[in-house]
Design a binder for this molecule. Structure first.
Ligand code: ADP
Ligand code: MG
Length: 263
């Protein structure tokens, strides 16, 4: 067989076997292995390793995309010094994702701007990297989805889709009060996730105030009972990061202005 024909056939087979990285790399790696005097099994091993690594990266990218984060945030960019009340050790433990295997939940409580959404996204992003299926919702967004799916008689299907995830993020509980139907639909999500899918909830409300947004004491009790049975609570009660940043910006601009005026 001619060299040319062999190359065309090999590339065709690698494509049919869905091994794109091997198809791209086999020539370059052959040259490297020849220079290293590596044997055939070593060449094949290195080639297969690259395919596996690339495949993991592609799968993680797909999971991040499917999670539908509003903005991707990671722990690297989170400044713990700006939020000293936060239990950093617990955040570092949670980012490893073992709580998800144990079907435990996480609640992030704090005022607006204290980094709840940032942290929730960072934890959920880490879970995607670890091979876990994640979906991010704002609570109001989720309730709207649920109401729409119910209208279309697709509610059960939607619940089944949710149940295929390892972790659901429910961001911003408490900013908007629910209708009776909305609260019941949210309760169903929490109830079906119980001991199956981890929930990561962020809220600005202390537990005492949940009845007010959910509008029903019994339902709130039942929801809290399930949510908090196995839960890690992270509290951020420092000042708003946004506020702090704009204050610092303002301070910087006034000091430069004063400096300019005095010079
Ligand atoms: P919350 O959800 O509590 O209202 P966000 O997570 O939306 O707050 O934070 C507001 C903005 O400030 C975001 O851009 C976020 O990335 C940033 N931010 C908040 N806290 C921190 C922090 N400690 N370190 C770095 N960025 C932060
Ligand atoms: Mg938020």
């Amino acid at each position: 067989m001619s060299q040319r024909k062999a190359t065309v056939l090999l590339e065709h087979y690698l494509k049919a076997l869905r091994l794109p990285t091997m198809g791209r790399e086999y020539g370059k790696l052959a040259a490297v292995c020849q220079a290293d005097r590596a044997d055939y099994p070593t060449y094949l091993l290195r080639l297969a390793e690259r395919e596996v690594q690339d495949r993991e990266v592609r799968a993680a990218e797909r999971r991040v995309k499917a999670a539908k984060f509003p903005v991707v945030k990671t722990l690297d960019t989170f400044d713990f010094a700006a939020q000293p009340s936060l239990n950093q050790a617990l955040v570092r433990e949670l980012v490893r994702g073992d709580y998800i295997d144990r079907h435990e939940n996480v609640l992030l409580i704090g005022n607006s701007g204290t980094g709840k959404t940032h942290l929730a996204t960072a934890l959920a992003f880490a879970a995607c990297q670890q091979g876990r299926r994640v979906r991010f919702f704002t609570v109001t967004g989720l309730v709207t989805w649920l109401l729409e799916r119910r209208e279309e008689r697709q509610l059960e299907r939607f619940h089944q889709q949710l149940e295929r995830h390892h972790l659901l993020v429910l961001d911003e509980l408490g900013y908007v009060p629910f209708t009776k139907a909305g609260a019941e639909l949210l309760f169903e999500v929490v109830s079906r996730a119980y001991e199956r899918t981890s929930l990561l909830v962020t809220t600005n409300l202390p537990f005492e105030a949940w009845t007010e947004v959910l509008g029903n004491e019994r339902l709130t009790g039942a929801l809290l009972d399930r949510l908090t049975h196995r839960i890690h609570i992270l509290e951020a009660n420092g000042e708003s990061y946004r506020l702090r940043e704009s204050r610092q910006r303002l301070k910087r601009s006034t000091t430069t202005r004063t400096a300019r005026n005095t010079s």
